[in-house]
Design a protein around this ligand. Structure first.
Ligand code: KG4
Ligand code: ZN
Length: 341
């Protein structure tokens, strides 16, 4: 089966082709111009998706040496994400499916991330503990099989990536913040400043607004205003902030491995590109003698390969969808099975 996957939930236009079990193309066009605005401007994002979608589909098919009429299934992200951005990929995918008279599968973006480890040679084994860390979501999940995903916890305020982006902005580093914080942190001392690690009422929930506020307070107390931060102090601040995020993420992972004894551990989402987080998670897996699966960088950030993989799997297990399916900007209520404990 040849599958065309489309992803346009935020600021990456991506098109992928999977033929049989082989990923033939995974093209990602990042909308770098948002850097000039300090964050994603939704309307500009939608327009850029409109410009890129057709050229990318043509290029992905050419790279895969597959003709459009040879595509058997079309999949696209339906949400969560920016509504205008989602609509571009979703309506394009539905229109293409209608014109080719081929089935269409809408995919939940977070489910795309959750199963992105399957794009690797070393694949997760069920049940696996999955830490999803992206710009919009922080979730700890127990993935029992292809359809049962138990939500153990999630962030009660900011997502991990959002905290990276906001702290980067405070330090005047720019957008997106994650890679810039990581780069600075590599030259800093992570023990220099003790930023807090939030405790939440629910055992597996996360909170990142406290650490963000304490970085702001630290900057105000030491420099009068965050704008006056001394450049040579930035690496220590970045490293200490990153260390606090790593600790917050990993301490819940340790608790969950103890409680649920999963076969594998997987780290996914845009923030999974972070070396300190990858290393800390890999260490946990080693300590517990668990298989650790983290996708290659091209599958961590938003990409259509994960959407094509998930759409194909849903189709294979018998899920069928009407073309009348709508885009959903938020997390749909029934995206995850509720915890059973
Ligand atoms: O999954 P993703 O591409 O988009 C969403 O679905 O949200 O994640 C984007 C997030 C951004 O907040 C970005 O700052 C963060 O991933 N990120 C990182 C790194 N690379 C990207 N965060 C920390 N360290 C990185 N190296
Ligand atoms: Zn994402």
């Amino acid at each position: 089966m040849n599958v065309l996957g489309i992803e346009t939930s935020c600021d990456e236009t991506s098109v992928a082709v999977i033929a049989g079990d082989k990923l033939k193309a995974n093209l990602i066009s990042s909308q770098d111009f948002h850097v000039n605005y300090g964050g994603v401007v939704p309307e500009l994002s939608s327009r850029a998706h409109l410009q890129m979608i057709i050229p990318l589909v043509k290029k992905a098919l050419a790279e895969s040496q597959i003709e459009l009429h040879e595509i058997d299934l079309i999949t696209a992200t339906a949400g969560p994400g920016l509504i205008g951005a989602l609509l571009v990929g979703l309506t394009f995918g539905k229109g293409l499916a209608l014109s080719l008279d081929k089935p269409f599968v809408p995919v939940n973006h977070i489910e795309g991330h959750i199963f992105s480890g399957f794009l690797m040679n070393k694949k997760p084994e069920f049940p696996y503990l999955c830490l999803v860390v992206s710009g919009g979501h922080t979730l700890l999940l127990l993935v029992k099989n292809d359809v049962e995903i138990v939500k153990l916890g999630s962030t009660i305020d900011d997502a991990a990536g959002e905290a990276f982006d906001k702290v980067s902005k405070m330090l005047g580093l720019g957008y997106p913040g994650g890679p810039l914080i990581q780069k600075n942190a590599e030259n800093g001392n992570p023990s220099k400043i003790q930023f807090p690690v939030a405790q939440c009422k629910k055992k597996y929930d996360y909170s990142f607004s406290g650490v963000k506020t304490s970085v702001l307070r630290y900057l105000q107390e030491n420099y009068g205003d965050s704008k006056n931060v001394i450049a040579e102090d930035i690496p220590d601040i970045a490293a200490s902030f990153q260390a606090s995020v790593v600790k917050a993420l990993t301490q819940k992972v340790n608790l969950a491995v103890d409680e649920f004894n999963p076969k594998s551990i997987s780290l996914v989402g845009g923030v999974a590109a972070n070396r300190a987080i990858r290393n800390a998670m890999s260490e946990i897996a080693d300590n517990y003698n668990k298989k650790f699966v983290v996708p290659d960088l091209q599958f961590c950030g938003d990409n259509a390969a994960m959407i094509a993989y998930r759409g194909k799997k849903l189709y294979e297990i018998g899920k069928r969808f009407e073309l009348s399916v709508n885009a959903f900007p938020g997390m749909p209520e029934d995206a995850f099975v509720e915890p059973t404990f």
